[in-house]
Design a protein around this ligand. Sequence first.
Ligand SMILES: [Ca+2]
Ligand SMILES: [Ca+2]
Ligand SMILES: [Ca+2]
Ligand SMILES: [Ca+2]
Length: 496
Amino acid sequence: MPKRSYLLLVFILLAGLATAAYAALTVPGFGWRARAALAEAYYALPYASEYRFDGVDLPISDLSPKVIHKGVPAADEKRGGILAADLDGDGKVELILTAPGLISARSADGRELWRSALDIHLTDKAESQGLPGLHAPGVALVGHKADTAARLLFLDTDGRLNILHAMTGALLHTIDLPPPPPEANHWQHLVTANLQSPESNDLLLQATDQGRHRRGRFVAAFALDQLVDQQKATWPLWTTDEFQALAHSGLRVADLNGDGRHEILGGSLLSPDGNVLLKLELPRKAHFDALAVADIRPDLPGLEVVVLEEKGQNRIFLYGHQGLLWETHFKHQEPQNMALGDFDPSRPGLEIWCRSRYKRHQKPWVLDALGNRIAHYQMRDRAPKGWTVKGIEEISTLHWSSSAPPRAVAKERHRSGDVAVFEPVTGQFQIRLKEHANRLYVADVLGDWREEIIVWSATRINVYSNPAPNTQPDRPRLWADDHYRRSKTTWNYYNP
Ligand SMILES: [Ca+2]
Ligand SMILES: [Ca+2]
Ligand SMILES: [Ca+2]
Ligand SMILES: [Ca+2]
């Protein structure tokens, strides 16, 4: 038999098997064990099982987004991202989009403010290409003040620092940076922070080594004003070659102890002066996947940080400026991604939702603020019909409703697919948006404290907002929190 006919026969047989299995699963009264066994066999089929044909009934939402399409650049599959920030201090946020060779700034109503074709440094896999990593926007901001306009900073592919006027895109400075140690080829990631004093606007630079599994262990802190004014010799404020970095993402900053100066966050916790306050030790071959910061324990002063371990013991760590608060695991399953929020208001503090690694049929779980497991479930029992069996990704906490706890929102994993809002503790999917999402970003862009769902797909951006009335109009905007502003700038795929 010719090879093509043989392949066709195999295809017809597999398709027949899949159809028969699906038909058997839908017969009422069929024994549950047999159904489960058939379901297992069905899910194991190589191609017909990419999407769920059973699952929860959840109609596509009729929420209509505000559509931004005029002149929107095409989203790159892997490099570059989107972020929101109030660049001119008028209370309305602007949007910044990045892709290889392109930065575009847009006003809140979607109008393009400027576009730059400068060669911004972006990567996809940080562990093989260096930082800033998958879907990272690759820019940093110095905020607007009464006498100075906001500035947008980025590294170009030659490792130089470029500084633009954030509202006009005018190039203000291109600066040759003092080089990182020879093991790193050039600086790859930049974060602005207040290190010397609460308004000092300093700059953190990070670079990976060039090993087989790159780690961003090189960090240097600079006074930004001195870098700009290179008349003065530019010495770093401090450097380290031993930062315990995340494997796929850059460092983050937050003012953990409330003194106005930023601590540097990763598997290491550094003081604004570069002193090691904590270093989480990892077994060989293990690494840190994700990090998020919030006031998880309101009973303790300051902010707390969650870090997730992959391999080793697959642990979840919580630390604050006081040091390590707890570590735990759930059957040593890999926690992989997380969302933080007051998902269960009856429990003190914030809850920590973890996704789990599994390639198919994820099994999320939820911890309370003390590290106790309070819920776990299987995506197989929760996801709607037609959702990919590969689960969800690019998961963000979503402050959506003024009358319900925060939720989480995610896109279909490993495809430019739909977006869904779900309730983290129960796993109940609540809103399904028909999409072709290349990026999913969450931020309060309309101006009350509730957050919008922002989807960048190909050359359009859809902004979904909650049409229900805001019953808590006096609640402060999330942008008032410094750690919210900084997290919304330093995000990437692993750390929304
Ligand atoms: Ca603005
Ligand atoms: Ca501090
Ligand atoms: Ca706290
Ligand atoms: Ca709670």
